[in-house]
Design a protein. Structure first.
Length: 344
């Protein structure tokens, strides 16, 4: 190849390249063209440069200088086009669709059991009760002995109670809070003690090994069964509606004497009998009774001077009959589809 031929090839490439570069309409096309022009393997410019070695030594300097100028011109033109195509791609790319519906944001809701606890606490707060709490890992004496359980009571059996050690249990009821409160504060006492309790039970549709309980306690001079009945009846009317009928049935608990369970008339059938009330017309709400003198004495109080009454209820059972929930286990599944129904 002569110098003239070499320079002619460079000029031809320099002349036609700008048109080809301007003709690319996408970044993909541009990439293909760049490789065709200045690619290291098969570029047209590279092919011309490979001929440089065949020129006589004294001509190479001039040829090289000219080739370099052409290469700079090609690269400048390519870069200008690349910037244009990049801007064009950004313009025509995916845009924000402002008409698209927003993603629903899930909001936490109050658990149906917590809802019952909150409402019960609020009603008793109006009556001057304060909240008292106690440990869930409890000394066996507070859980049983101080509450007048006889030493051979079946509740203390390993089959019913979860023992953490010889004298340590997971409390089986919130009643230990009664004794702890009476030891700490002199009467008059009006407390409500919500909290979790544990039984050695397997999950089935109506049992859970852990559940919430609400305990109430009143101790003062001259407290009678009439106070118990009036207060709990007031609670039932506030909670279930102003015309709610209640009835008290004799019952037995080691820590109260006399003891009574309170039923409210079924609000679903108005006492006619239905599936919710198991066709009895009544729904059992709570257990109650006059605090046993032995419990007052165990807490260090003079049972000749002071009397009191107490009650305990299971908010899960209340939530179940209120919402007609068929299986207690649903309450502990944490299934958002179930729980969010109570949020609106
Ligand atoms: Zn009913």
């Amino acid at each position: 190849m002569t110098l003239a031929e070499f320079l002619a090839k460079l000029s031809a490439l320099e002349g036609e390249a700008p048109g080809r570069i301007a003709g690319t309409s996408s970044l993909d096309e541009w990439t293909v063209l760049r490789n065709a022009l200045v690619g290291r393997q098969a570029g047209e410019f590279t092919a011309i440069m490979n001929e440089l070695g065949s020129l006589p030594k004294e001509e190479r300097r001039e040829a090289g200088a000219r080739a370099n100028a052409v290469k700079v011109a090609l690269e400048d033109a390519l870069e200008v086009r690349r910037a244009q195509l990049t801007a064009k791609a950004a313009e025509s790319g995916p845009k924000l669709d402002l008409t698209m519906p927003a993603r629903d944001r899930w909001q936490g809701t109050v658990h149906p059991v917590s809802m019952v606890i909150d409402e019960v606490v609020e009603i008793f707060r109006e009556l001057g009760f304060t909240i008292a709490l106690g440990p869930e890992a409890e000394h066996a004496w507070y859980n049983f002995g101080a509450l007048n359980f006889p030493a051979d009571h079946p509740a203390m059996d390993l089959h019913d109670t979860l023992y953490l050690g010889a004298d340590q249990v997971l409390r089986t009821h919130t009643s230990p809070v009664q004794v702890r409160t009476l030891q700490q504060y002199p009467p008059p006492v009006r407390i409500l003690a919500p909290g979790n309790v544990y039984r050695r039970d397997f999950f089935d549709p109506s049992h859970a090994p852990m559940f919430a309980q609400i305990e109430g306690l009143v101790v003062d001079e001259g407290i009678s069964f009439a106070d118990l009945k009036a207060t709990l009846s007031h609670f039932a009317r506030r909670y279930f509606g102003p015309h709610t009928k209640t009835r008290f049935r004799p019952s037995y608990f080691p820590f109260t004497e006399p003891s009574a369970e309170m039923d409210v008339q079924c609000g679903v059938c108005d006492g006619e009998g239905c599936a919710v009330c198991k066709h009895s017309g009544w729904i059992e709400i709570l257990g109650s009774g006059m605090v046993h003198p032995a419990v007052l004495e165990a807490a260090g109080l003079d049972s000749e001077k002071y009397t009191g009454w107490a009650f305990g209820m299971g908010p899960a059972r209340t939530a179940i009959s209120r919402h007609a929930i068929p299986d207690i286990r649903i309450l502990y599944d944490s299934d958002v589809r179930f729980l969010e129904q109570f949020g609106r």
